[in-house]
Design a protein. Structure first.
Length: 293
């Protein structure tokens, strides 16, 4: 494998520098764990809710930072607690008041983001704030990689075991509630997976970019296929391929790695809009397009 890579000069940064290899391994873990969760998030029509949840972990991570500095266990635990708390609170408000879930999540998102930035600013510097908001994928150490790999493995196993439940809950939750008592398990289990992968993405891409590797590959893949299996596979391939190209752009063009990765994934989505068989342009070109997908 190393000989094959060495024959491609463009990929030489991954051969020469350990931090580039760790960044690529972290992106692979996120592609395998977070991106499939993003597919179900898109199918549930909750893509913007995922963005709100990504900021919900910020106060907990900020409290962990305030107590222990840039400590992986402290910030992970704080982010998990805060994310799960916001998910439960937002759901409770939506079920017991006239406020809808999207408005409830938006409210908690604004409160969480403001509180997190304020907490970090009490002790840290602007550099620390940028680290939390935009991540440090090029600074992943072995402990962070193990965390990302663990969360990705848990997500893959959970999605494989509950694939039908998650698919039914995403497409027709009322039908699932009528035929099975596992509907609440599917709903809250998915929210737990969402928070876990947002926390993993937070360590690599920061709170502002973590949801990008979830939603953008899923949206791009949806413009190519309809079936769930190929949709999950293509989304993962797009996520990892975009991460690889984004890291190379970051290295050769001296760009921030996290934004470069997300912009590359955004480019894949725009390209899919232009040439994807289910995109708006292709549907106009095809003369035999007589049905709506």
């Amino acid at each position: 494998m190393s000989e094959m890579l060495s024959s491609l000069p463009l990929l030489s940064p991954f051969i020469e520098f350990g931090f580039m290899r760790r960044a690529l391994a972290g992106c692979l873990a996120l592609s395998l764990g977070a991106t499939p969760v993003g597919v179900f998030l898109m199918l549930r029509r909750m893509s913007l809710a995922g963005d709100a949840m990504s900021h919900a972990i910020l106060p907990g991570a900020a409290v962990g930072y305030l107590i222990a500095g840039l400590s992986l266990p402290a910030m992970t635990f704080g982010g998990l607690v805060a994310g799960l708390a916001v998910a439960v609170l937002a759901g409770g408000v939506a079920r017991n008041t006239v406020i809808k879930e999207d408005a409830s999540l938006a409210t908690f998102y604004l409160l969480s983001l403001s509180a997190g930035v304020l907490i970090i600013s009490l002790r840290g510097s602007s550099v620390d704030l940028l680290h939390v908001l935009f991540g440090s994928v090029l600074a992943l150490d072995d402990a962070a990689l193990l965390l990302l790999a663990g969360f990705a493995s848990l997500s893959v196993v959970a999605l494989a075991l509950g694939l039908r439940l998650f698919a039914l809950e995403a497409c027709d939750p009322l039908f699932l509630a009528r035929i099975s008592r596992l509907a609440p398990v599917a709903h809250y289990g998915f929210m737990v997976l969402l928070v876990l992968n947002l926390v993993a993405g937070f360590h690599a891409l920061g709170t502002l970019m973590a949801v990008g590797i979830m939603i953008l590959p899923a949206a791009a893949a949806r413009l190519w296929v309809c079936n769930l299996g190929p949709l999950l596979l293509i989304a993962v391939v797009i996520a990892f391929g975009g991460s690889l190209i984004g890291l190379l752009l970051s290295y050769y063009a001296n760009l921030p790695a996290g934004p470069a990765i997300v912009l590359t994934l955004g480019g894949a989505y725009l390209l899919s809009l232009a040439i994807g068989p289910l995109g708006p342009l292709a549907s106009r070109w095809r003369s035999n397009w007589h049905f709506e997908r």
